[in-house]
Design a protein around this ligand. Structure first.
Ligand SMILES: [Zn+2]
Length: 410
């Protein structure tokens, strides 16, 4: 739990207020008496905190409950004031930039995307600085209107220190991303850094409650250039915690398989990541054995996943074989995850899943490889719709979680 700095607040006061805010965020609209009961706190503690949060404008009364309140009268329902604060989330990669400004509920106020690749870390941040300025101008906001900034990136991240330890795809090592962004844009508020798959999991926890609420654990299987699957354990009534970074993309599926970007052989992402699928399809185009794909994109160097999916839908057989091989490895990996940790829910995001026959084939592979006879014990799986900004919103969600933990003086 984050402790407000620079004063002598007791940990209890800080923890209590954070718990109240988080409860309202996840369970609102809710009455004061329900908050007191759920948290086991005294009525004066609830009242003092609610009054402070109402005065700060981050919560509001939204109506009257049918149930009786503390004084025997019908009680007011309290919920977050969704638009009280705005948060900026960014996904930074060498290959692309995505950013969204969202409210407490992840509703997008404005988004921005750019797909120019940058191999140089500093150049990428220079561009990010320009994009942030443009975005704020577009909606006539200033940096003071932003309550926090979240950044997510692929690679190994030390989120406590705000350091990118390594991004193997670009050889970026030990980058102080938070400091480097702060130096460029001069933002004085809080900035947080998280791995881009973990940020997506936090986003799902905050903004996809219809899928994740009430489950004890969920995993977020994300296929992009790489593959990751962070695992979230909801070990309390409130927020859960992310266990590890879920680098399943580097699980070795076959020690004699193709060389992975990490240097090992036969990693999952060397078979099934988008890089691998594009590489295999490019080879098929060069060899003249993927005619439909070659018709869509004759230059093998410029192939995209969208071209490949189009060729698949139009019946390119070799493309179909390449994708099925990728889905086979993904299916085995997902079955292994289910066998190993059996999360209650598993969310799947990836371009390859944006085509129903691929979803069906994948589910068959999982079914075949999972060890479980009892259907009711199985992990529930949901394919997420394509969303260009799931990473940016996830990064904003990381900041919103921190915002809810920040103490407002009573
Ligand atoms: Zn690897």
């Amino acid at each position: 739990m984050h402790i407000a700095k620079g004063n002598n607040l007791s940990r209890v006061k800080v923890t209590n207020q954070a718990a109240i805010k988080e409860l309202i965020y996840h369970n609102g609209p809710i009455t004061r008496i329900e908050i007191a009961k759920k948290l086991g706190l005294t009525v004066p503690t609830i009242t003092a905190n609610i009054n402070t949060l109402l005065a700060a404008g981050i919560i509001r009364e939204v109506g009257i409950s049918e149930k009786k309140g503390m004084n025997g009268r019908k009680a007011a329902l309290i919920d977050m004031a969704d638009n009280a604060r705005l948060f900026l989330g960014m996904e930074l990669r060498g290959s692309m930039f995505r950013a969204s400004i969202v409210n407490y509920r992840g509703k997008i106020i404005v988004s921005f995307k750019e797909d120019t690749p940058h191999i140089e870390y500093d150049k990428m941040l220079d561009e990010a600085q320009k994009h942030i300025g443009k975005m704020l101008d577009e909606v006539q906001l200033s940096q003071e209107d932003i309550a926090g900034i979240g950044i997510c990136m692929p690679g190994l991240i030390d989120s406590e220190k705000g350091i990118l330890k390594i991004h193997s795809g670009y050889n970026w090592v030990n980058k102080n991303v938070i400091q480097d962004i702060r130096n460029r844009i001069g933002y004085r508020g809080s900035i947080y850094l998280e791995n881009n798959s973990c940020a997506r999991a936090v986003g799902a926890q905050l903004f996809r409650k219809e899928l994740t609420s009430g489950c004890k654990s969920f995993a977020y299987f994300y296929v992009s250039h790489g593959i990751a699957c962070p695992f979230v354990v909801n070990d309390s009534a409130l927020y859960g915690s992310i266990v590890g970074e879920g680098e399943v993309g580097h699980m070795v599926m076959n020690p004699e398989g193709p060389v992975c970007r990490c240097g090992n052989r036969g990693c999952l992402e060397a078979f099934a990541g988008e890089h691998a699928v594009i590489k295999n399809c490019a080879e098929a185009v060069r060899n003249g054995c993927a005619p439909i794909l070659a018709g869509i994109c004759p230059d093998a160097e410029k192939l995209t996943v969208a071209d490949i999916l189009e060729a698949l839908k139009k019946g390119d057989e070799v493309v179909g074989e390449i994708i099925n091989q990728a889905l086979l490895y993904i299916g085995i990996a997902v079955a292994n995850i289910e066998n190993f940790v059996r999360p209650e829910v598993l969310l799947l995001e990836g371009s390859l899943f944006q085509y129903e026959p691929n979803q069906k084939y994948l589910m068959q592979i999982i079914q075949k490889n999972v060890y479980c006879a009892v259907q009711s014990d199985r992990t529930k799986m949901f394919f997420l719709e394509e969303d260009d900004f799931s990473g940016a919103r996830g990064a904003a969600a990381v900041t919103i979680r921190k915002d809810l933990e920040d103490y407002i003086e009573l």
